[in-house]
Design a protein around this ligand. Structure first.
Ligand code: CTP
Ligand code: MG
Length: 181
């Protein structure tokens, strides 16, 4: 049995490359929207909240962070006794999947008539997790099964919404985001 604190550290470490992209996108966002302004039935496909710059810069930050974590994993793992995963293909699939999950959620939100920025409790907190996990499971299934064992998955699904709410509140209070969610 792994101890609970080490499972939490492992879950957080593993998901960091998926946590950073959408926050980096908030900082980097602006410019050309991904949907190019296209509409269907009079409604934007994604809206001005999903931009190429946000998506590419966000993904790049996530990949860079995964590489930094790869360099730090061995010494920190040795010092703490927590076994930390190395990111291979997941260094790309976690950030890219997180960005794609957020974009897919915007597509759904616009189709269901929700304005840009409208909150959807649950979806807003977990869209990027589902994106990151499913893309990683497809591209690196062996790595996925080894790293995301049931206890780690459960911690990810509980911890992520809490972190998401906290970081968005911070972005709202500091004026980076228009809504606190
Ligand atoms: N952002 C971006 N590109 C992305 C994701 C986010 O430029 N791929 C930036 C946008 O400036 C966006 C902000 O980050 O307004 C906040 O992101 P998010 O909450 O995901 O977008 P919303 O504006 O709330 O739009 P939506 O309703 O589609 O989620
Ligand atoms: Mg939003």
């Amino acid at each position: 049995m792994q101890r609970f604190p080490s499972i939490v550290v492992r879950a957080f470490w593993t998901m960091l490359p998926a946590y950073v992209p959408n926050n980096a996108a908030v900082l980097a966002g602006g410019g050309r929207p991904i949907d190019g302004g296209r509409t269907r039935d009079g409604t934007r496909l994604l809206g001005d909240g999903k931009t190429w710059r946000g998506a590419t810069v966000g993904t790049a930050y996530g990949v860079a962070l995964a590489l930094v974590l790869n360099a730090l994993g061995r010494p920190i793992g040795a010092a703490t006794g927590v076994s930390l995963p190395r990111f291979g293909r997941a260094a790309l699939t976690l950030p890219l999947g997180a960005i794609a999950g957020d974009i897919a959620a915007s597509l759904y939100k616009r189709r269901s008539g929700r304005e840009r920025g409208a909150p959807v409790v649950g979806l807003d907190q977990l869209d990027f997790v589902f994106g990151a996990l499913s893309l990683t499971a497809c591209v690196a299934p062996g790595w996925f099964r080894r790293v995301f064992r049931a206890p780690v998955l459960v911690v990810v699904l509980v911890l992520t919404p809490l972190l998401h709410v906290g970081s968005n509140l911070l972005a709202y209070l500091t004026g980076l985001k228009n809504e606190p969610y």
